[in-house]
Design a binder for this molecule. Structure first.
Ligand code: GAF
Length: 392
């Protein structure tokens, strides 16, 4: 049976001490500080963030930590406790998109943007517990921890929106994944006990209280065990399809279209028109689902009522956006059959995780069901947690 709660997550103090010890062991001196940023899970609002729409993520209790110190030899030396055989050591002046690659590309993509401020270079040790490749934003957590680290250490004073943009550019321009701002915004802006209601067009946001435990509920995250990679594959295809749909409709973003009826012009009798209509229908209905969930939560409704909206979101991602996989569909079905009020895949798609809204007393039963029926290796209850921060 999979473990339903990650009881082995370190406290911030424990995480900082472990990073300081590992950094000192590796580099022979203590770091100048340790910074942490969380992964995220999105309650609702997938693939709306590059379509001028809304999202509603919560930060995970799982974080990525960066222990950092300045150097004087002009090099960027990167080491990770999770990738012990993949250190990177490169002159700051030699950083170019794609080099270094792999996990080191994410911190390097942040550092390259501030390289005129770090002529001496940096030593950076990474530690963390955000599951990688599980659709829970381990890459954004790494980028955001490093973005706040360089901002603090180099006295850059980046605002929260500037941290988000710095982290996002690392992903888009250095790693080459054409993502929106959902993940980095969640990692920077989320607060404990709340979901972040973000308008990705004007960047206005609202902290929506989310105390599921008080209602006897739990939000269970289920890692399907299938991994994804947004730098390759279908994510970029979906983004291009959405942009083409908006172009044909004469709008800047698909979320400018108020309802599904406004998409009718996409259906021009061709297979491509029908495909663009399905993609756009997901985006427009998903943005409406964010509004529906936020309205229910604001009105103090029974949070069980958001369950069917989550399940409708899964059907839309599966049938219209076509980014689910059989493993995720199986997790959702198993969770619903085991009594979940709602369930859906989360994140960019083509693998990763799902969420299920369940009675607190049913967490073990639903965890067992998704493991036994869908082969999901891991599930845990999310407590909405804090965003990026300095630990020491
Ligand atoms: C990935 C991307 F990084 C986000 O920007 C967002 O588009 C998400 O997929 C889908 O909602 O996590």
């Amino acid at each position: 049976m999979s473990r339903a709660v990650d009881t082995d997550l370190p406290t911030d103090e424990e995480a900082a001490a472990r990073a300081v010890a590992a950094f000192t062991d590796r580099f022979g001196t203590a770091p100048e500080g340790v910074w942490a940023a969380p992964g995220r899970v999105n309650v609702i609002g997938e693939h709306t963030d590059y379509n001028g729409g809304h999202v509603l993520p919560v930060a995970l209790p799982h974080t990525t930590r960066a222990a950092v110190a300045r150097r004087d030899d002009g090099r960027l030396v990167l080491t990770s406790l999770q990738h012990p055989d993949a250190d990177a050591d490169v002159a700051v002046d030699d950083l170019v998109p794609g080099t270094p690659g792999g996990w080191a590309g994410y911190p390097a993509g942040v550092v390259v943007q501030v390289r005129t401020s770090v002529p001496g270079g940096l030593s950076l040790l990474v530690d963390g517990d955000v599951p990688a490749g599980a659709g829970l934003s381990s890459s954004a957590a790494l980028e955001c921890a490093v973005a706040l680290a360089v901002s603090d250490l180099l006295g850059l004073g980046l605002t929260p929106d500037q941290l988000v943009d710095t982290a996002r550019r690392a992903e888009n321009d250095f790693v080459g994944a054409p993502t929106g701002i959902l993940d980095q915004s969640a990692s920077v802006l989320c607060t404990a006990g709340h979901a972040l209601h973000l308008d990705t067009r004007d960047r206005s946001s609202e902290q929506v209280p989310l105390d599921l435990a008080a209602a006897g509920l739990a939000l269970l995250v289920v890692d399907s065990g299938t991994t994804h990679d947004h730098a390759v594959g279908g994510y970029g295809d979906r983004r291009r399809e959405c942009e083409e749909g908006a172009r044909r409709l004469g709008v800047e973003f698909l979320c400018d279209v108020p309802d599904v009826a406004g998409l009718a012009a996409l259906d021009d009798g061709t297979a491509e028109g029908a495909l663009l209509l399905r993609r756009a229908r997901h985006v427009v209905t998903e943005d409406a689902r964010v509004a529906e969930v936020v309205a229910l939560l604001r009105a103090g409704a029974d949070p069980r009522d958001i369950g069917p909206v989550l399940t409708a979101g899964h059907a839309s991602l599966r049938d219209d956006f076509e980014i689910s996989v059989p493993e995720l569909d199986a997790v959702v079905e198993a969770a619903l059959d085991a009594g979940a009020y709602g369930a859906r895949m989360v994140g960019g798609g083509f693998g990763g995780s799902a969420v299920a809204l369940v009675d607190a007393g049913a967490v073990d039963a639903v965890s067992s069901a998704v493991t036994e029926r869908a082969g999901a290796p891991r599930s845990f209850v999310v407590v909405p947690s804090a965003g990026v921060r300095r630990l020491s």
